[in-house]
Ligand binder design. Structure first.
Ligand code: PMP
Length: 413
């Protein structure tokens, strides 16, 4: 057969000639997980299709459910004003900026959004990336190198770990939120490295707890390290007006060297940002691969994020309501005897189930009763820390929470 004929084989012939990826260890791992779930009679709770906007409620399989699985913390995704901003942007700019920002992808909305973010932190400037995950991978990978040390909380998000791997730096995890553990590592390791970066999250999305920012700032100063805070879940959630961890502790923006956040949670969009000094932002905008060699944020994503930021400033009552709802959920869950781990009542409340099997089964049974909540299973967390993870929204009602926790109590046994 000639090369052309070989390349134009019919569908079934082509399929049989694919490399056998089922022999890849990652595929074997998936197979073991699926078979295990099937043997235990747990229906797959993942990749459920949401047929509309996912907020405090959502439509799945044609059925309206109470939803605790989305990061739409303030109900801004789906807000008519936010939708309108996207519509106007798409009508004006089309659906893609069609190039890297440096080349031909720059639009006025990019700078408007970045200066609004910089203002909220009270820092020099900010830069917006097309993905939150890529923001961490690219920024950490670009800023740090093989002679450096990255010390991070053991529960840090995968995107920061991958960024650290890309940097080729030595990477050490400190015990979750344990400042003594961090101090011990810094004390022992600091002299051996040129630069040291400490990475933490503003609010941990598995546990709903947060770090001691004043203590982190004092440690980073004492050991001459840089501090990076990932505010994916804390921005728009913590602080009396939603300005995040900084506002919660009443600290100025410049105490942290690298503020990072995502647009995909409270801000009702997609993408991520870094905010900080002018020199930091200039470097990232000019040279970091995930920004330079990637397309600019589409205008119809940047515009609703900017609109969400403005609504956040104008309607602080959303933050107040989110806190009330979170506290109500946490208190009620505790009073029913559930183990809510370290949650401090800011939008994220886990209920630990003791095993992946139980978490999976409870999720499926709750779904049958019109409640959508994701199980977090091993290996995402250690087996005994498997859990149902509840994301609260300012749009949830007290009745929805009563209904959910009463049903969970009934089916728990
Ligand atoms: N950081 C943290 C702490 C996250 O939880 C996530 C994703 N949930 C990301 C970064 C990546 O953000 P995105 O999903 O917007 O890419």
């Amino acid at each position: 057969q000639g090369l052309l004929e070989k390349l134009t084989l019919s569908g079934s012939q082509r399929r049989s000639r694919f490399v056998d990826f089922t022999r890849h260890p990652a595929h074997q791992q998936i197979t073991i997980m699926r078979e295990g779930a099937q043997r235990l009679g747990v229906k797959d709770p993942f990749f459920r299709v949401h047929e509309g906007c996912a907020g405090a409620t959502t439509r799945i399989d044609g059925r309206e459910c109470i939803n605790f699985a989305s990061y739409n913390y303030l109900g801004l995704s789906g807000d008519p004003r936010v939708n309108q901003a996207a519509i106007e942007a798409v009508e004006r700019y089309g659906t893609s900026v069609s190039a890297s920002r440096m080349v031909a992808g720059e639009r006025p909305i990019h700078q408007a959004l970045e200066s609004e973010i910089a203002d909220t932190y009270g820092v020099d400037d900010a830069v917006a990336f097309v993905s939150g995950h890529a923001t961490n991978v690219s920024s950490i990978g670009f800023l740090m190198g093989p002679k450096d040390l990255i010390v991070h909380d053991e529960y840090i998000h995968n995107s920061s770990v991958v960024g650290a791997q890309l940097a080729g730096s030595k990477r050490i995890a400190f015990k979750h939120n344990d400042m003594r553990s961090l101090a011990d590592i810094l004390e022992a390791q600091r002299p051996h490295f040129e630069r040291v970066l400490i990475i933490v999250e503003g609010l941990y999305s598995m546990d709903g707890d947060f770090p001691d920012l004043p203590e982190l700032v004092s440690l980073k100063n004492r050991y001459d390290a840089w501090l990076m805070v990932d505010e994916a879940h804390s921005f728009g959630v913590m602080g009396s007006t939603g300005m995040g961890l900084r506002e919660h502790f009443g600290l100025p923006g410049h105490v942290v060297d690298i503020w990072m956040g995502t647009f995909s949670k409270t801000l009702a969009g997609c993408g991520g940002y870094i905010a900080g000094s002018q020199a930091l932002i200039d470097m990232l905008k000019t040279l970091s691969p995930g920004f330079l060699y990637s397309v600019g944020l589409p205008a119809q994503v940047a515009a609703p994020v900017l609109a969400s930021l403005q609504i956040l400033r104008q309607e602080p009552e959303r933050i107040v309501k989110l806190k009330l709802i979170s506290d109500y959920f946490l208190d009620k869950a505790k009073s029913k005897g559930f183990d809510t781990g370290h949650s401090l009542g800011w939008a994220v409340v886990p209920i630990l189930t003791g095993s992946s099997l139980k978490a999976g089964q409870l999720s499926v049974e709750l779904f049958d009763r019109g409640i959508n909540v994701q199980p977090i299973l091993y290996p995402a967390v250690p087996e005994k820390s498997a859990r149902l993870r509840f994301f609260l929204s300012s749009q949830h009602s007290y009745e929805q929470i009563d209904y959910t926790l009463n049903n969970l109590s009934k089916i728990w046994q």
